[in-house]
Ligand binder design. Structure first.
Ligand SMILES: Nc1ncnc2c1ncn2[C@@H]1O[C@H](COP(=O)(O)OP(=O)(O)O)[C@@H](O)[C@H]1O
Ligand SMILES: [Mg+2]
Length: 258
């Protein structure tokens, strides 16, 4: 069975997609067969691994609505061990259409079930909201990875996502775990970044990844080339960060307790 990790935070622009794409790519580079599942209508994870959906007929939207099998839409990427279940704009409709469907919170779990067996890791990139798409991801996942930008209101947003995880645990997914909180876009020259990072570690201790992802221009450039950072600039500080994160995820319980 693979480890299924949802990358979630209701705030936009905190590094969810960057983390989903690059952690997936680094796991794949470490010869861990990995599936990246894009459940954000913005489809940035899909384009971020170089997939062009303009001429594609189907995507995760059709799989969630039960119109096709997910196996029909699994696509390859430039990395042999990384595949992607793509998203496209029309997924935005699912947020409303799911409401009237039976098992509306279980659709993603059911949809990916037949394709995940051959993978070591499944990473789900969530949209910037706590709607049905994110809920579906939390129900399908074993754990949630929460990227956090080191800025003033970061902790406020963190409370909200942790509360959603807690509610999810009480009802739909009792075994849902917090994989870890990931400090992203860290700029050591900014005092506030250091203060926020220290505060997050003080509050959440072992639940915070040791790895901190630095603010790095190359990470921002890579998506427009349709490449994960390890294919765009392996020597960048961003690549180094995500390679280290992959190592930390693989080592799991060994490096972090609880
Ligand atoms: N560590 C980083 N350094 C520099 N730019 C980053 C970094 N992480 C993300 N970005 C950029 O910031 C923007 C928001 O990141 P993204 O991963 O799309 O956030 P989200 O998916 O949470 O909305 C994107 O343009 C992305 O390329
Ligand atoms: Mg995103």
């Amino acid at each position: 069975m693979p480890k299924i990790i949802a990358v979630a935070n209701q705030k936009g622009g905190v590094g969810k997609t960057t983390t989903a794409v690059n952690l997936a790519a680094c796991l794949a580079a470490a010869e861990q067969p990995t599936l990246l599942v894009d459940v954000d209508p913005q489809a940035n994870a899909t384009t971020g691994v170089g997939v062009d959906m303009r001429s594609a007929k189907h995507n995760i939207y059709h799989a969630l609505l039960g119109q096709i099998q997910t196996s029909e839409i699994v696509l390859s990427t430039a990395l042999p061990m990384l595949q992607v279940v793509p998203s496209r704009r029309e997924l935005v409709g699912a947020e409303i259409e799911l409401v009237d469907l039976p098992d509306r919170e279980q659709r993603l779990k059911t949809a990916i079930q037949p394709v995940i067996r051959e993978y070591a890791y499944v990473l789900i990139d969530c949209p910037p909201s706590l709607g049905f798409l994110t809920l579906n991801a939390l129900v399908a996942a074993h754990s949630v990875l929460i990227p956090l930008q080191c800025e003033y209101y970061a902790l406020e947003g963190l409370g909200q996502i942790l509360e959603t995880v807690r509610l999810c645990r009480q009802t739909l997914n009792p075994l849902l775990d917090v994989e870890g909180i990931l400090l992203t876009m860290f700029d050591g020259r900014v005092n506030l970044a250091g203060q926020v990072a220290a505060e997050v570690r003080q509050h959440f201790g072992q639940r915070v990844f040791r790895t901190v992802i630095p603010r790095n221009i190359r990470l921002g450039e890579a998506p427009s080339h349709g490449k994960p950072i390890i294919l765009y600039d392996i020597r960048s500080a961003g690549a180094e960060g995500y390679l280290r994160l992959a190592r930390e995820v693989i080592d799991g319980a060994k490096t972090r307790v609880g």
